[in-house]
Structure formats: C-alpha cells, structure tokens
Design a protein around this ligand. Structure first.
Ligand code: SAH
Ligand code: DHB
Ligand code: MG
Length: 222
C-alpha cells in the first residue's frame, strides 16, 4: 500500500485534466459542511463516469446512492438535451443537500432525486415506466448490490451499461473466507454476473485518493 503516492497521482491528474469547477467544488464543500461522509467518487472517477455516459450516448441514467450529488452532477452533465437522471437516496439530509447541489449546478430540471430505500423505490420506477435506463450506477448500501444489479437488468435494454462501485474492497473480494457482509455481497455479485448470459462484464481494480477499491462494469448484450 502506498496511499500518499496514490493521492499525489490523483492530485496530479486532477490538476492536469479536471479543472476546478464551481458547482462540483461547492457540492463537496456543502456536503462536508453539513457533515456528510466524504465518500463520494474522486474527481478522476467522477470524470470517468461522465466519459462512460458520453461513450454510451446515455439519454436516461439511474443512480442508486446519491449522497450529496457529486457523482450525480458528473453523470447528469453527460446527458444530451432532453436527457434525464433519476437518483435514489435513503437519507433525507443527504437528499436535501443533493437537491441544493444539483440546483446550483443548473441540473434541477434534469435530475429527479427520490427519497427512500432503493429496494422500496425501484418497483414504482418500473411501474411508472421511467426506464429503460442506458446507464445504471450502483453506489448505495453494499449488501444490496446484487439485488440492485437484478433491478438494473430489469430496467435495462440492449447496450445498457451497469456500473457497481466499491466491489474490490482493499482486495477482500478475493477472500473466500471473508464474513464481511459487504465482501460477501460483492462475491455474490460476481457469481451472479458470471452465470448471467444477458451481460458481458469485467471488474477493474483502482487505487487513488480513496484507497484501493474497484468497480464492476457490465454491458447488456444486444
Ligand atoms: N454516489 C455518491 C456516493 C454515494 S455514498 C457519490 O459518489 O457522490 C452511498 C449513499 O447511499 C449514501 O448517501 C447513503 O445514505 C445511501 N444509501 C444507503 N442505504 C441506501 C438505500 N437502502 N437506498 C438508497 N440509498 C442508500
Ligand atoms: C465508502 C466508499 C464509497 O465509495 C461508498 O460508496 C461507500 C462507502 C467508504 O470508503 O466507506
Ligand atoms: Mg462508492
């Protein structure tokens, strides 16, 4: 482990490629000031999500786990005119801060922040026909990640990109003896994806200012 080096490289990449942006800076500052946990994606990861959404040409995005809306803003900025992002957040304070941050970013008309537990809200999203979604970002309570993946599939169409955050968990993903419910869930996610003919997937390990972790990327086959 070399956290200082990973942080330094993320700072270098941020300076070089991700210029300071008032709305994103304010989103992090107001989230910190309100006492929200500082667990949002890093700037480099946020921009990566933004690029994935652009590459996919996503017009509809679903996010599960909003926090203060930092990743939400990155993703929503990739949408074309008329695009729409729905984000689900269980904590009322997080949702309130996120709505303010999203409005400050000029995205209030694009982003729908829904308050409630993901698994409680998803049936209504299906019933309303809000989807299908071109991109789903799963980043909420980790033990529910396999269940969110099933929902993402249900709300998908061919070509949909499903991304799950925090799957590598400092390498614990490879430990079959782990009893950590977060790790068990991410191992179950891999078993599920592995036996799911509807998707093609990989997992990428990452290091950076947030430590050692990684994400799973799955594309729904066309
Ligand atoms: N995507 C954000 C970070 C999300 S942190 C970013 O990168 O900027 C995880 C969020 O999931 C927290 O705000 C937490 O309150 C929320 N959460 C926890 N359990 C949840 C649930 N069951 N349903 C929806 N959100 C949940
Ligand atoms: C943590 C990091 C995350 O990206 C997340 O979504 C939840 C928790 C963490 O470092 O604790
Ligand atoms: Mg995360």
């Amino acid at each position: 482990m070399n956290q200082d080096l990973w942080t330094a490289v993320d700072a270098f990449v941020g300076d070089a490629l991700i210029p300071e942006d008032d709305a994103l800076t304010a989103a992090v500052r107001s989230s910190d000031a309100a006492g929200l946990p500082s667990i949002q994606v890093s700037p480099a990861q946020g921009k990566f999500l933004h690029l994935l959404a652009k590459i996919r040409g996503a017009k509809t995005i679903l996010e599960i786990g909003t926090l203060g809306g930092y990743s939400t803003i990155w993703l929503a900025r990739a949408l074309p005119a008329g695009g729409r992002l729905v984000t689900l957040e269980a904590d009322p304070k997080h949702a309130e801060i996120a709505r303010a941050n999203i409005a400050r970013a000029g995205l209030a008309g694009v982003v729908d922040v829904r308050l409630g537990k993901g698994l409680d809200l998803l049936p209504a999203i299906e019933a309303e026909g809000v989807g299908p979604f071109d991109l789903v970002f799963i980043d909420a309570d980790k033990p529910s990640t396999p269940a969110y993946f099933q929902w993402a599939l249900k709300l998908s169409r061919p070509g949909t990109l499903i991304i799950a955050d925090n799957v590598v968990r400092k390498g614990a993903l490879a430990d079959p003896a782990s009893t950590d419910p977060n790790v068990v869930a991410m191992r179950r996610l891999h078993a599920m994806v592995s036996s799911e003919p509807r998707v093609s997937a990989t997992t990428i390990q990452t290091v950076g200012s947030k430590g050692y972790d990684g994400f799973t990327l799955a594309v729904v086959n066309g």
